[in-house]
Design a binder for this molecule. Structure first.
Ligand SMILES: Nc1ncnc2c1ncn2[C@@H]1O[C@H](COP(=O)(O)OP(=O)(O)OP(=O)(O)O)[C@@H](O)[C@H]1O
Length: 463
């Protein structure tokens, strides 16, 4: 029984014989003249013969498409070749055999029957994994590409045109760029466009959102770590974003939220142009352009020691101050139509535009959320719209916000100290009362329900 194990010892000849006659492989030896000198029973049977019928016959008579003679010519082994014989696929290895430094023939070994199925299965699995790997690589590469070009920054207002022109100038250098502006003004778009206009465009563009990563993780995220740097560190270590961005650009978004100790580390990188991995032994030089963005007022943060002055000046080599939408309302019509086109494509809609009343509403609103708010409201409207044109009633949220803005409870702008807001409201009420009473102070005081002397005192303080 083949499956039983034997402890008997055998001579070398017997062992070789047993190996040749293995039922798991087809074995053939052909001499330099192409004559079959040895063929095992399995292979002969596979070809439809007995071994003794094939020995001393020329290989081309039996297997006309054989590649064994090729190996004789080249003297080079061929491994794992998959080819068809008698309508079956086999995995073949062909080895030149030497004796006393001279080739005396070629040995062909093929896996067949179950082994082939296994090998093919395995080969296919590897192929599939390779394909998957290639697609993940492509995806990763894609994710590391900057998405937007200068042309995709919509806006022809003077302020925007100036900034867009500046992109081309700045793209020629590798200087650090600081982009400031309110939330949703398009700072990230500028960062992408600067990278894409530069000669780094075919290299990585890596974005790091400094707020979304907990502070204690940010260092390893930016600079990476070596194997064994700390308990729980991955085997083989981890590349930091600076190294991933090598030759390209790193975009540090929300830089104003980086804590002071991290700011010091970043400053060092900007000065030395090298990073130190956590647990690393030597610094790694990095050639990376740094673009930082924030919607916070870094100058104010410097006054209160929340942002390092030295880092501020290192970052602020080139400054892009992206204006809020309320300061460039002439961009609203163009932005609206481009955003509608973009959203139509994404949502499979066919909206053609806004009616005039809606555009007027857009122009009278002050857009505290800037282009992002505009984009979101358009998306909501397109989802609900019954017509091809968007009407005022397609924007219920905007109507409410606008109402609040008109009532003076504007949600826009910065939060101001209460005493300033109260003072301003008081001044407005006094002027309104004086206006309504033709400057009759006694009457105005009555309307305001304050004593006349109080009114006089307050008027002195109003310039
Ligand atoms: N000028 C513009 N042209 C076209 N789309 C714009 C423009 N500005 C902003 N957007 C769009 O508005 C959205 C917000 O832009 P982005 O993320 O660049 O703003 P941000 O200033 O970086 O905001 P935050 O400070 O909140 O990170 C994005 O979907 C972007 O595509």
């Amino acid at each position: 029984m083949a499956n039983k194990i034997s402890n008997q010892s055998f001579t070398r000849e017997e062992l070789l014989q047993a190996m040749v006659e293995t039922p798991h492989e087809a074995i053939i030896f052909v001499d330099t003249g192409g004559i079959i000198r040895l063929i095992n029973e399995g292979y002969a049977e596979f070809l439809g013969y007995r071994p003794e019928q094939l020995v001393n016959r020329h290989i081309l008579e039996i297997v006309p498409q054989t590649q064994l003679l090729e190996v004789l010519k080249t003297g080079k082994p061929q491994y794992g070749d998959i080819w068809a014989i008698n309508g079956q696929r086999v995995v073949v290895t062909r080895l030149p055999i030497e004796k006393d430094g001279q080739i005396i023939g070629v040995l062909g070994r093929s896996m067949f029957r179950d082994e082939i199925a296994l090998a093919l299965d395995f080969a296919q699995k590897i192929k599939k994994l390779e394909e998957q790997l290639a697609s993940y690589r492509a995806e990763l590469d894609h994710a590391r590409r900057a998405k937007y070009e200068v042309d995709e920054i919509i806006g022809n207002s003077d302020k925007m045109l100036k900034l867009k022109n500046r992109i081309f100038k700045v793209a020629k250098t590798s200087s650090t760029v600081l982009i400031t502006g309110d939330s949703g003004t398009g700072k990230e778009l500028f960062a992408h466009a600067i990278h894409n206009a530069s000669n780094r465009r075919n290299r990585a563009f890596v974005r790091v959102n400094c707020t979304s990563i907990p502070m204690d993780l940010l260092e390893s995220e930016l600079f990476g770590y070596d194997e064994g740097a700390f308990t729980g560190a991955k085997r083989g270590g981890k590349l930091g974003k600076f190294e991933i961005a090598q030759g390209g650009t790193i975009f540090l978004d929300e830089i104003g939220d980086m804590d002071r100790s991290m700011q010091a580390k970043l400053l060092r990188v900007l000065q030395e142009k090298e990073i130190e991995r956590i647990g690393g032994t030597k610094p790694v030089p990095v050639d990376v352009r740094v673009i930082a963005a924030t919607n916070r007022n870094l100058e104010e943060m410097m006054q209160t020691n929340q942002f390092r002055e030295d880092l501020y000046y290192r970052l602020n080599v080139v400054l892009f101050q992206v204006p809020p939408l309320r300061e460039r309302k002439e961009d609203i019509p163009g932005l609206t139509s481009e955003l509608i086109k973009k959203l139509n494509k994404r949502l499979g809609a066919a909206i053609t535009g806004l009616n005039q009343e809606t555009m007027e509403m857009f122009l009278s609103y002050d857009w505290p959320g800037n282009v992002r708010e505009l984009e979101n409201l358009l998306e909501q409207a397109i989802n609900l719209a019954e017509n091809k044109i968007l009407y005022r009633f397609d924007f219920p949220v905007l109507n409410k916000r606008l109402q609040r803005q008109l009532e003076g409870h504007s949600v826009s702008g910065t939060v101001r100290p209460l005493h300033e807001v109260v003072k301003e409201a008081e001044k407005k009420a006094i002027l309104k009362a004086l206006n309504a009473t033709d400057n009759n102070k006694k009457e105005a005081a009555r309307l305001l329900e304050i004593h006349r002397s109080v009114l006089y005192r307050k008027l002195e303080r109003i310039d």
